[in-house]
Design a protein around this ligand. Structure first.
Ligand SMILES: Nc1ncnc2c1ncn2[C@@H]1O[C@H](COP(=O)(O)OP(=O)(O)OP(=O)(O)O)[C@@H](O)[C@H]1O
Ligand SMILES: [Mg+2]
Length: 239
């Protein structure tokens, strides 16, 4: 397993948001984390990035104990986190936003430029707007920029927190198409938090359903699509 979470408990004050959570993501895998509002999905990603300190448990990345690794070191190890909501720099251009995301960027300009061109190839919409200010992008473009920025560091694990939030259905499908390509063509390992369960199960390989901080159901995305409990709670009538 590239990422392994063992018996992870996280609490806000006295209230447990994660309660002995166990999950894993293999190298090259595309895993989705589903669950209702408040289930603990964002908390899980924040604990992996080091933005929250667990009460107990373990998070291993490539065998390394992340809880002994500072947050900024975790991004150096290759963990990229696109948070809920799009945190881009409104007064910087698209190209500048991307350059600011590349960790290697500051070290190696040639490498940074190559990474930048690769992002522009993946997201032609960003290429067209490379000199436009981040703050003037549409919601969908801003979300692409947030993903592009995470990719600039050439991560080994890309974590995304509801990238579909607030996007029109057509843009959600476009965004998911990009994620699928990143996985298929670049072999990127992805941990996706989503409420758009049906679509997320179409592009991922495996999934976990969180309920009140524990894994309620897990399995291949194919099997989750047909699981009566998943269908009832997350996929609705059309199945
Ligand atoms: N900063 C905080 N202080 C107190 N409680 C919090 C805090 N952040 C989250 N919680 C609580 O922890 C639980 C899990 O929240 P979390 O944000 O991880 O859920 P989520 O699955 O991402 O939900 P959503 O789908 O709504 O984004 C919720 O009950 C939430 O109210
Ligand atoms: Mg959340």
């Amino acid at each position: 397993m590239l990422l392994e979470i063992k018996d992870l408990t996280v609490a806000y004050g006295g209230a447990k948001a994660l309660d002995n959570l166990n999950l894993g993501v293999d190298q090259g895998e595309f895993v989705v984390l589903l669950g209702a509002n408040g289930a603990g999905k964002t908390t899980t990603l924040r604990a992996i990035s080091g933005l929250l300190k667990p009460v107990h448990g373990h998070i291993l990345f490539d065998g390394k104990d992340l809880l002994k690794t500072q947050s900024f070191r975790r991004s150096e190890l290759g963990i990229a986190h696109v948070p809920e909501g799009r945190q881009i720099f409104p007064d910087h251009t698209v190209a500048e936003n991307l350059q600011l995301g590349g960790y290697t960027a500051r070290k190696d300009l040639a490498k940074s430029n190559a990474a930048l061109e690769e992002i522009f190839q993946l997201f032609p919409r960003l290429a067209e707007r490379r000199d436009q200010k981040g703050g003037t992008l549409s919601g969908g473009e801003a979300q692409m920029l947030a993903v592009g920025r995470a990719l600039m560091g050439q991560p080994r694990l890309l974590m995304l927190d509801e990238p579909s939030l607030g996007l029109a259905p057509r843009l959600v499908i476009e965004m998911f198409g990009y994620l699928k390509r990143l996985h298929k063509e670049k072999g990127l390992t992805i941990l996706l938090v989503e409420q758009q369960a049906r679509l997320a199960l179409q592009i991922s390989q495996r999934g976990y359903v969180l309920e009140r901080g524990v894994v309620a159901i897990s399995g291949t995305s194919e099997s989750l699509k047909d699981d009566p409990a998943v269908v009832a709670a997350y996929l609705g009538h059309a199945g």
